[in-house]
Design a protein around this ligand. Structure first.
Ligand SMILES: NC(=O)c1ccc[n+]([C@@H]2O[C@H](COP(=O)([O-])OP(=O)(O)OC[C@H]3O[C@@H](n4cnc5c(N)ncnc54)[C@H](OP(=O)(O)O)[C@@H]3O)[C@@H](O)[C@H]2O)c1
Length: 262
């Protein structure tokens, strides 16, 4: 049974990194949360910590969003019991390796999580979002959306999809109460694996590094101001916009080659 006054923001991938920073930023503003993560990532403790610190309601679901049925089941349970006025599609995976060394499971998980889960969850929650007076969808893309990159291949392509998907949906839902935005962050020190990868990328990786707490704050400010494309690092954005593809594609591929030592 839904309570008519309690509204929630749903954040995917909320146990660590940027998703966790989103959860804290929203709770700090008094917003009730529905959080998701993979099982076994300590989401129960994260939820408890947020409840104690900010005195908001926190519901959580542990599920693998790279499996379609789990996405549909999650959406069904949320729609049945909660009013959602904000959806942050943050969960996403990437990595660096030769395409020929990647397993089919690795490729499939990136595509399922980054592309299919985001599209399906948004699609399934839209009737719920449309029922609210003002509601928001934020999709987490990447600076990698703006250039193909060798040794990453599937990840930048999936983030280009997310950018295009978000812009198209924004246009389609103009005039409804649902506002759709996309953020394209550069590298952030979120996990030890990502941090060690970025540190191997040399100067370019280090100087463009972002703090996930600041990124989350900027995103939520941007979302409430109705920025359609949220820019968290204007210098990287300018660089990526100005450089022609024949310069930025080999440049970025060389950065990743250095990280992989190939
Ligand atoms: N870090 C960067 O440098 C960077 C740069 C640009 C864009 N991004 C994007 O920012 C977002 C967050 O990245 P991050 O670096 O904070 O995360 P991360 O530490 O790389 O972890 C991956 C994220 O996806 C979730 N996740 C992974 N596999 C999942 C699965 N099968 N089912 C459900 N959730 C799954 C994780 O959630 P749980 O751990 O809570 O389960 C976590 O939030 C991603 O979309 C990423 O592509 C990151």
């Amino acid at each position: 049974m839904k309570s008519s006054t309690t509204k929630f923001a749903l954040v995917t991938g909320a146990s660590h990194g940027l998703g966790n920073a989103f959860a804290h930023e929203l709770a700090r503003r008094g917003i009730n949360l529905i959080l998701t993560s993979l099982p076994g990532e300590g989401l129960h403790e994260t939820a408890q910590d947020i409840i104690e610190r900010y005195h908001v309601k926190v519901i959580f679901f542990e599920t693998d969003l790279s499996v379609n049925e789990n996405v549909l089941e999650l959406a069904g349970r949320v729609n049945e019991s909660y009013d959602v006025f904000m959806l942050i599609n943050n969960a996403g995976l990437g990595g660096s390796r030769r395409f020929t060394d990647a397993s089919s499971e690795y490729i499939n998980t990136i595509l399922q999580l980054n592309i299919v889960a985001t599209s399906l969850l948004t699609h399934q929650l839209l009737p719920n979002l449309l029922k609210q007076h003002d509601s928001y969808v934020l999709n987490v893309s990447s600076m990698a959306a703006f250039t193909p990159i060798g040794y990453k291949t599937v990840y930048p392509a999936s983030k280009s999809f997310l950018h295009s998907f978000s812009r198209g949906l924004y246009e389609e839902l103009k005039g409804t109460g649902v506002f759709v935005s996309v953020v394209n962050p550069g590298a952030m020190k979120t996990s030890t694996e990502i941090t060690s990868r970025i540190e191997k990328q040399g100067l370019l990786g280090r100087i463009t590094l972002l703090d996930p707490v600041k990124v989350a704050r900027k995103c939520i400010n941007g979302l409430f101001k109705k920025d359609t494309v949220i820019m968290v690092n204007p210098y990287s954005w300018l660089l990526m916009s100005l450089l022609p593809i024949w310069i930025k594609m080999p440049l970025m591929t060389n950065v990743v080659r250095r990280e992989l030592n190939v």
